[in-house]
Ligand binder design. Structure first.
Ligand code: GZL
Length: 324
């Protein structure tokens, strides 16, 4: 085939591709990367900061973001992902409310050749080709850290230690990991007993509701520890304890996850005894992953966000301002 014929053929292919809705064409300075982002909701202070981090990082990175809030409904997330596919975004990112139910829509994104980044929480899938990268917290480690604090806090105690657990959204990665890690850290130490656990959906209002139920069911002196999967539920529980004349952090040991400024302030005043950090500021890492994936760079399949623990045994003055 001569050069003229080859040129005509390749031009015809390009025209055909663009006519049948091929990709938008590689992004460049004039046409920025377009990211479709499905956020699971706005249930907590942590989530509000996480959304702020995502949006502000996209702006700084010059990435055009289509941001959808699913208001805690996985069906809304699936709708959002499908709209991103229809729009032919360059890359999709989302924080899945729960671990299952994503294979079909992620299969549609794969068929449309749109890479997906999973952020914050994880999905449970047998097909790892459905996503390009995952940037999550290590929730199991967070749970272990909470248990290890209790082992130290009650090291001298021989009598039983009764625990109440305010759990996060059922079937979500943080609730699963924080429960499993906590229980495995305490396994083999028979004095610890989890006497009550309920899903509070990471919401302050439900933290209040459940703590009231606990005080209706148990005598306060029969509860030694409150382990709460996030600060917002802890804040609701602390309100109820105080209304009942119970001193949080003294009458009942409190462990809380997230490390918002308010929970660190509570730690400093002795209202909370241990705060496990869960870092919401993943925006810059998400945008870096998006840019690298769109430019065809190989990226790590899974990255854990760096996190630490603050507790009454540590130097509380050295805790940096949280900013949220
Ligand atoms: C954890 C995140 C959790 C936070 C809660 O990465 O998914 O959801 O711990 C938030 O505060 O609601």
């Amino acid at each position: 085939m001569n050069r003229r014929a080859r040129t005509a053929l390749s031009l015809a292919c390009v025209l055909l591709l663009s006519a049948c809705g091929g990709t938008r064409g590689a992004p460049d300075a004039k046409s920025p990367v377009v990211l479709g982002y499905s956020q699971l909701g706005d249930e907590s202070s942590w989530r509000t900061q996480n959304s702020f981090s995502i949006k502000s990082a996209a702006k700084r990175a010059g990435i055009k973001i289509m941001f959808e809030d699913a208001m805690q409904d996985p069906a809304n997330q699936i709708k959002a992902l499908r709209s991103f596919i229809a729009y032919k975004v360059d890359v999709i990112a989302f924080s899945p409310l729960v671990e299952t139910g994503w294979d079909m829509v992620l299969g549609e994104a794969k068929a449309a050749r749109i890479p997906v980044i999973i952020v914050d929480r994880m999905i449970d899938t047998a097909d790892e080709s459905l996503y390009a990268a995952a940037l999550c917290s290590d929730f199991y480690l967070e749970g272990r850290k909470a248990g290890e604090f209790l082992l130290r806090k009650f090291s001298g105690r021989e009598t039983p230690v009764s625990i109440v657990e305010l759990a996060g959204t059922a079937f979500s990665t943080p609730a699963i990991g924080r429960s499993e890690g906590f229980r495995e850290a305490l396994a083999g130490h028979g004095k610890f007993e989890i006497r009550f656990s309920e899903d509070g959906d990471f919401m302050q209002s439900k933290g209040r509701e459940i703590m009231k139920k606990v005080l209706d069911r148990f005598e306060a002196e029969d509860i030694d520890v409150l382990y709460s999967h996030n600060d917002d539920m802890t804040f609701g529980a602390i309100e109820v304890l105080r209304e009942a004349g119970i001193a949080p952090g003294r009458d009942i040991v409190i462990i809380s996850v997230d490390a918002t400024q308010r929970s660190v302030d509570y730690l400093r005043e002795g209202t909370v005894n241990c705060v496990i950090e869960c870092n919401p500021n993943s925006g810059p890492q998400v945008m870096d992953l998006a840019r690298r994936i769109v430019s065809g760079e190989k990226v790590p399949k899974k990255t854990f966000v760096r996190e630490t623990t603050f507790d009454e045994f540590g130097d509380l003055d050295s805790i940096p301002a949280r900013g949220y």
